[in-house]
Design a protein around this ligand. Structure first.
Ligand SMILES: Cc1ncc(COP(=O)(O)O)c(C=O)c1O
Length: 401
């Protein structure tokens, strides 16, 4: 074997030069195709995580590769000092298919949320005065690692040691309208939430929750910001998850699947709200450059193509039913959660041993909140691939009995 490909050597090199921010699994992928990944030794894996809900079209999608190559040969970057036609076209596409009238592009989910927080505060302070700047967030939420988004994240484990955090965020339990009402005050300018909590354990709220929160926001001169970084772009079976809750935000953030692996984030808003940003108020050097917006345009066209989203819904139901079968069979499975192809099972014990065993058997899944196994495969996953995972999970759960 090529000693350069020895995983122990790779792990050792990583330890020498990379900051120790990730508890990385000892595997290094070299190639991907559809739902399959090949590691440094040529072993093949079925990917049920898609780079944490990013590679929605799978790996090396031919149309994505073609767009990427073609654009790379023409132009990568110019800055937002000039007009970028690919960026305009992507905004037009997103706007045509959403509540929004205007878009702003950045490079990641956390950066999109920073933009959303800034936009909501500026809109509100211009309109209602400088006191109305608190963002009401949800316990167990996840909005990113930069200081503003981290301050909006309702999980202390991510915040520990990074204080002082940004002031002006308050928290209520997710899916609890009574708590939301009890904790409301006049300083609240916006509610920021994920429609389904992803990192928080694939928590789906009551069907009416979002609608009721929006109504409260409208009654109390506050904005609803939906973080669809994980749930957006087909992941839950509709282009945006909030469509299934029959309500619309005033601001929405996107990232992950939009670039299918290229870093891009987006902030969408209504005309009225977006008007709070004027030249000089917000910017991102790389944001929406010709390359990423060309690729995102292709990704979006494929997701919006005929039959794609109904296919996600169909496969999602199939997958969910298979997981429900495991729940019936095994008392270790407490719950099956999620929507579309963002699914999870809650175990009565830590999930890491199953994640590790799945890896050994050639399946990539992960675990959130210690006991929730998370599945977020490419949206093109086939029933046979799901069957293969279920067979493995069944065998592992049997061993755990
Ligand atoms: C709902 C949500 N918001 C924001 C983020 C942060 O995105 P990024 O890692 O691109 O900054 C994530 C990442 O997992 C997320 O799930």
């Amino acid at each position: 074997m090529n000693p350069q490909k020895d995983i122990n050597r790779i792990v050792d090199r990583a330890g020498q030069v990379l900051m120790n921010t990730y508890a990385r699994i000892p595997v290094a992928f070299e190639k991907g195709q559809g739902c399959r990944l090949w590691d440094q030794e040529g072993r093949v894996y079925l990917d049920f995580l898609a780079g944490i809900a990013v590679s929605a079209l799978g790996h090396s999608h031919p149309k994505v590769v073609e767009t990427l190559k073609g654009q790379a040969e023409r132009l990568l970057h110019t800055s937002n000092l000039y007009h970028i036609e690919n960026q305009i076209a992507l905004a037009e596409q997103l706007i045509e298919h959403s509540f929004a009238d205007k878009a702003f592009f950045c490079n990641s989910g956390t950066e999109a949320n920073e933009g959303a927080i800034k936009l909501a505060r500026r809109y509100s302070s211009e309109r209602y005065g400088p006191q109305k700047t608190t963002i009401l967030c949800m316990i167990n939420s996840f909005h990113g690692r930069t200081l503003g988004s981290l301050s909006a994240t309702g999980q202390e484990k991510f915040q520990k040691g990074f204080g002082p955090l940004v002031p002006g965020f308050s928290f209520v339990p997710f899916d609890d309208l009574v708590a939301l009402d009890e904790n409301w005050d006049d300083k609240i300018c916006a509610v920021l939430m994920e429609p389904v909590q992803g990192e928080g354990g694939i928590r789906v709220p009551d069907k009416a929750f979002l609608k009721k929160v929006k109504k409260r926001c409208q009654e109390r001169n506050a904005l609803l910001i939906l973080d669809e970084v994980q749930t957006g772009l087909g992941r839950t079976g509709t282009l945006f998850c909030h469509e299934q809750f029959e309500t619309q935000p005033d601001i929405m953030t996107l990232a992950k699947a939009l670039g299918n692996g290229l870093p891009i984030g987006a902030l969408l808003a209504t005309n009225e709200v977006a008007a709070a940003f004027q030249p000089g108020t917000h910017a991102a050097t790389f944001g929406g450059n010709p390359l990423v917006t060309a690729v995102a345009g292709t990704v979006l066209s494929i997701i919006l193509g005929e039959g794609f989203l109904p296919g996600v819904r169909k496969t999602g139901i199939y997958f969910q039913n298979q997981l429900l079968g495991l729940k019936e069979e095994f008392p270790q499975v407490l719950d099956v959660r999620g929507m579309g192809l963002l699914l999870g099972i809650a175990l009565n014990r830590p999930g890491k041993p199953i994640v590790d065993a799945c890896l050994q058997k050639g399946f990539l899944i992960n675990c959130t909140q210690d006991t929730i196994l998370r599945f977020a495969p490419p949206l093109i996953v086939e029933p046979e691939e799901i069957d293969a995972l279920i067979k493995t999970l069944r065998a592992l759960l049997k061993e755990m009995n």
